[in-house]
Design a binder for this molecule. Structure first.
Ligand SMILES: [Zn+2]
Length: 76
């Protein structure tokens, strides 16, 4: 959760769309979003460096969890 607080402190959260994007990041990684929602997520990520950074943090955290669960599968 440190990423969200960090962006708010720096004034980078653009509003509802950013909040929505952060909220569905885990669902996106798990491919749980409907295609239409997925495209909206990707469109916002194209336009919003703050959300890209937050997404990288979330993705790395999920990689670490996966690598810990199945040692040897950590992507290099
Ligand atoms: Zn954003």
């Amino acid at each position: 959760m440190h990423d969200i607080r960090d962006h708010e402190v720096r004034g980078e959260v653009r509003g509802a769309e950013c909040r929505t994007t952060r909220a569905v990041m885990h669902d996106y990684l798990g491919r749980l979003l409907p295609a239409r929602r997925e495209r909206r997520f990707e469109a916002h990520m194209d336009a919003c460096p703050a959300c890209i950074r937050a997404f990288i943090d979330v993705r790395q955290a999920s990689w670490v969890r996966r690598a810990t669960a199945a040692a040897g599968s950590f992507p290099v």
